[in-house]
Write a protein that binds this ligand. Structure first.
Ligand code: IPE
Ligand code: IPE
Ligand code: MG
Length: 246
C-alpha cells in the first residue's frame, strides 16, 4: 500500500534518498491559534496534540529516522499555573493514549529534559512508553519535556565533573557523549511554526549546524504539505560546515 504522504512528496519533487535524518520541531503558536478562534489557550494545545499525531505518522511514512519535538521548555513553568497543569495532563494523556498505536507502528519512544522534575503521573507514563517500545526499530520519537538547551549542557558538565575528567580530557566529543541522548545523530533540519525567528533554547549544542525552516502557520495547522515544504527547502541548501564548497 502506498502512503499518501509519500505520493505527495514524490509529486512535489522531494528526493526521498536525501531526507533529513533527524527532524526537530519547535511546535509553536498553539495559544495564538486558539485566540484567533476566541478559544482558551489550552484548546490550542489540544489541537496541537492532533497535529503532532499526524506529524509523527507523516515523518515515519516519509522515512525520517528521528523526530524530536519541543513539547514543554524548561522556561515554560513561567506560564500561568492553570496552563502548566493543563499541559502536564495533556502530555500524560497523549503519552498513554498513543502508546498502543505507536508500538504497533514500531515507534521507539524517548524523552529529553529534566524528566525527574515532572509530575509523577507524567513521569510514569513516559517511562512506561519507553519501556514498552525499547526494542522497536522504527522511527525514534523523542518528546522534549521540561527541556532546556542550557540546562542540558549544565547537566552534561555536572556528569563530566562527577566522573572525574581532567581539564585536558574535555573535548567536544566528551561533551556530546554526556548530553541526554548521545546515541542520536544531530538534527539536520529544525522546523519552527508560527513565524518566530528564534531558537528558544532548543537543542543548542546539537543544533549548531542544523538547517532552520520557519513557517508562519501555527502548529495546530501543520500538515503533510508543511512538512514537505520544509524538506524541499532543506534539499536546496548547501551545507558547508564552515568549509568552502565549490
Ligand atoms: C507552543 O505554543 C506550545 C508550548 C510552548 C507548550 P504556545 O503556547 O507557545 O503558543 P503561542 O506562542 O503563545 O501562540
Ligand atoms: C518554545 O516555544 C517552547 C515550545 C514550543 C515547547 P515558546 O513559545 O515557549 O518560546 P518563546 O517564549 O516564544 O521564545
Ligand atoms: Mg509560543
Amino acid at each position: 500500500m502506498s502512503k499518501k504522504i509519500v505520493d505527495l512528496a514524490i509529486k512535489r519533487g522531494v528526493d526521498l534518498d536525501s531526507l533529513p535524518k533527524h527532524l526537530a520541531i519547535i511546535m509553536d503558536g498553539n495559544g495564538r491559534w486558539a485566540k484567533t478562534k476566541g478559544w482558551q489557550r489550552l484548546l490550542g494545545h489540544r489541537e496541537g496534540y492532533r497535529a503532532l499525531r499526524s506529524a509523527l505518522l507523516n515523518a515515519d511514512d516519509l522515512g525520517i529516522k528521528y523526530l524530536t519535538v519541543y513539547a514543554f521548555s524548561a522556561e515554560n513553568w513561567k506560564r500561568p499555573a492553570e496552563e502548566v497543569a493543563g499541559l502536564m495532563k495533556l502530555i500524560e494523556t497523549a503519552a498513554r493514549e498513543e502508546l498502543k498505536s505507536m508500538h504497533k507502528n514500531n515507534v521507539r519512544v524517548n524523552v529529553s529534559g529534566r524528566i525527574d522534575e515532572l509530575p509523577q503521573g507524567l513521569q510514569d507514563a513516559l517511562n512506561h512508553g519507553m519501556e514498552v517500545t525499547a526494542n522497536n526499530t522504527g522511527i525514534v520519537f523523542t518528546l522534549a519535556v521540561n527541556y532546556g538547551g542550557r540546562a542540558e549542557i549544565v547537566d552534561a558538565v555536572r556528569d563530566i565533573v562527577a566522573a572525574g575528567f581532567e581539564p585536558e580530557d574535555i573535548t567536544e566529543e566528551i561533551i556530546s557523549a554526556h548530553l541526554y541522548n548521545p546515541q542520536h545523530p544531530e538534527p539536520d533540519l529544525m522546523i519552527r511554526t508560527a513565524g518566530e525567528m528564534r531558537w528558544s533554547n532548543f537543542l543548542l549544542w546539537q543544533g549548531a549546524y542544523c538547517e532552520l525552516y520557519v513557517t508562519e502557520d501555527p502548529w495546530p495547522e501543520f500538515s503533510g504539505n508543511h512538512m514537505i515544504d520544509a524538506v524541499l527547502s532543506f534539499q536546496t541548501r548547501t551545507r558547508k560546515f564552515g568549509a568552502v564548497v565549490e
